[in-house]
Write a protein that binds this ligand. Sequence first.
Ligand code: HEC
Length: 140
Amino acid sequence: MMRTLMVMAVLAVSPSLAWAQADKPAPTIKREAAKPVPASDGAQMYMSYCSACHGKTGRGDGPAAAAMKTKPTDLTQLKKTHGGTYATKEFQDKVTGASMSASHGNVDMPIWGPIFRDIGGSPELRLFNLKQYIDAMQMP
Ligand code: HEC
């Protein structure tokens, strides 16, 4: 039996042009099942699972960012903001939800642990390749 793929890959619905008008409400976010992108492809996973919020280049400026209570982290600064290295363990704990802020419902970032387990392919490989991809976008 298939467990429901809750989730999450995220799209802002209103076209970006409309946001420019002051009287428009913030875009709403549509949550849909995460696509089963290959675990071997960090770039493709990033684009499907992360870029809606964190932005194509990681700066935290994706189309869904405007609808978030907490601004998505600028992922290009992780090395800088974490004293020169962003540890794999810390990355994994954040992304899988092991160390995201305690209470459910307060966190805008999807909890990827269960999603990666449901979606098939190796969750470890997914995390590894996503980390590689994000490492490569670090600003000096
Ligand atoms: C629905 C929007 C959304 C999506 C999709 C999303 N994130 Fe996030 N992410 C956030 C927000 C918001 C925060 C800041 C959370 C906080 O500060 O509590 C965050 C924080 C993070 C952090 C923590 C950085 C730190 O300070 O340690 C990492 C790492 C991260 N995201 C990676 C990812 C990865 C990898 C993906 C794709 C697999 C992803 N995010 C998908 C919204 C999102």
